[in-house]
Design a protein around this ligand. Structure first.
Ligand code: TRP
Length: 437
């Protein structure tokens, strides 16, 4: 299967907290499921550079990175099937951040929701608008753009509050492509409508900032105790209860099958005691979580193993990032001083045609190269043992175009994406001129 028919899905998790049931239901579980879809390549990463914007406690960043990584793996993410890595293990990301910074309007960043909210708050308090606002907060959308564009993600599953950031990433990609040629894929936000927003202990949305969370991998006894603390009304056992607006019922529903949920609704109508309902909720959640809890504990107690998994993921990610940043550096003009520009012009000059040159090297092997009208090399072969073989390879490129290029891959010097586009454009030009002649 070629990369064209595969969809790249990418998302980041900021490493500032301990995963709770709301994170599990809203993000981890759907992402693990999505990662198993056919024709999908999933990229999930720990956004620890982003964490520095919100958190200046080193131990907390470190602990959270370990807990989040262990939670995702324990929840079933297969690091061999997906690319799972830590943002700060990819030095190409801050490098790309700078390239994008230079094509992003400052005014665009002024309008980013998170920055604007901070400014509005300062203004309302009669303070300097930028009081306590770090440049990191201001640059947040550009770092996020680099995360996404680096891996040419097509789809980015995020919460509603992040849609604006994906739109900004698209704008950065368009601006860059417009200036320097087609290098970036334009990403799209994916909002999971069907995923339930989980209420917390107090009935408001489960969130760290409300201090109403149930940690995902708390010991079973602690989870039972916390579930006992979920707010309910004061209806006595035997009195019919309403499922409407019941946090307990909503949490149950997020874990139960339709049939189980219907049974619980009946139990409510029949006046189940709150204590019994809480016991049922605990048992239902524990049924799903208990097998993962052991795995989680094992990972948490072996941070070196976790590091190994993440570094292997970074390795995989960098196999894409390293050549891509090289291509981008070349595109903007950060390149060897004698190096000939190949990518400034996306289409060949009209009238002038590219050509193939065949020659023999001192090693006794036969080579060819494809040069454009100005004599710049577009494509360079490796050595063939006979001139016939080299000639056949050229014929294949001319008659089969892209298929020929794919088939000859191992007899050619590697091409960047942009270089490849240029070769294809020239091959097309060549074949069209033949048709006309
Ligand atoms: N900003 C995202 C959040 O707070 C986390 C994040 C960082 C992210 N980089 C990303 C999400 C790239 C998607 C893609 O939720």
């Amino acid at each position: 299967m070629t990369s064209k028919t595969r969809t790249r899905v990418l998302t980041g998790i900021t490493t500032t907290g301990t995963p709770h049931l709301g994170n599990y239901v809203g993000a981890i579980r759907p992402a693990v499921q999505a990662s198993r879809a056919p024709d999908t390549d999933a990229f999930y990463f720990l956004a620890d550079y982003h964490a520095l914007i919100k958190c200046d406690e080193p131990a907390r960043i470190q602990r959270s990175t370990l807990e989040i990584a262990a939670s995702w793996i324990a929840s079933g993410l297969d690091p061999d099937k997906v690319t799972f890595y830590r943002q700060s293990d990819i030095p190409e990301i801050p490098e790309l951040t700078w390239l994008l910074t230079c094509v992003t309007g400052k005014g665009v960043l002024n309008r980013a929701h998170a920055y604007k909210a901070a400014v509005d708050k300062n203004n309302a308090a009669g303070q300097d608008p930028d009081s306590d606002v770090s440049a990191g907060l201001f640059m947040y959308p550009v770092l996020m753009g680099a995360d996404i564009l680096m891996f040419k993600a097509h789809k980015v599953p995020v919460g509603r509050d992040q849609i604006q950031h994906i739109e900004m990433a698209r704008d950065m990609a368009s601006s860059f492509n417009h200036l320097y040629g087609e290098h970036f894929v334009l990403p799209e936000a994916v909002i999971e409508e069907s995923v339930a927003l989980l209420p917390g202990l107090d009935g408001r949305k489960m969130s760290k900032s409300y201090d109403n969370t149930i940690p995902l991998f708390a010991p079973a006894a602690q989870m039972r105790k916390q579930i006992a603390g979920i707010v309910t009304d004061s209806k006595a056992p035997g009195e019919p209860k309403s499922t409407e607006g019941s946090a307990l019922f909503q949490i149950y529903q997020a874990f139960a099958s339709e049939a189980e949920t219907a049974d619980m609704a009946r139990a409510y109508a029949d006046g189940i005691a709150w204590g019994d309902a809480k016991q049922m909720l605990f048992e239902r959640i524990d049924r799903e979580i208990a097998p993962m809890r052991e795995h989680y504990q094992a990972l948490i107690h072996n941070p070196a193993q976790m590091d190994k998994i993440l570094l292997a993921g970074a390795d995989k990610a960098r196999q894409l990032a390293t050549p891509f940043i090289r291509e981008l550096r070349h595109a903007v003009g950060l390149r060897a001083l004698g190096q000939v520009a190949q990518t400034e012009r996306a289409t060949p000059v009209k009238g002038a045609l590219p050509s193939f040159k065949q020659y023999r090297e001192k090693d006794g092997l036969f080579y060819f190269k494809m040069v454009d009208a100005k004599g710049q090399t577009l494509l360079q072969s490796l050595g063939f043992t006979s001139p016939t073989e080299a000639g056949q390879a050229i014929a294949r490129l001319q008659t089969e175009g892209e298929n020929g290029l794919n088939a000859l891959g191992s007899s050619l010097q590697a091409l960047s994406d942009a270089g490849r586009q240029l070769v294809l454009a020239n091959l097309t030009e060549l074949s069209q001129s033949k048709v006309k002649a």
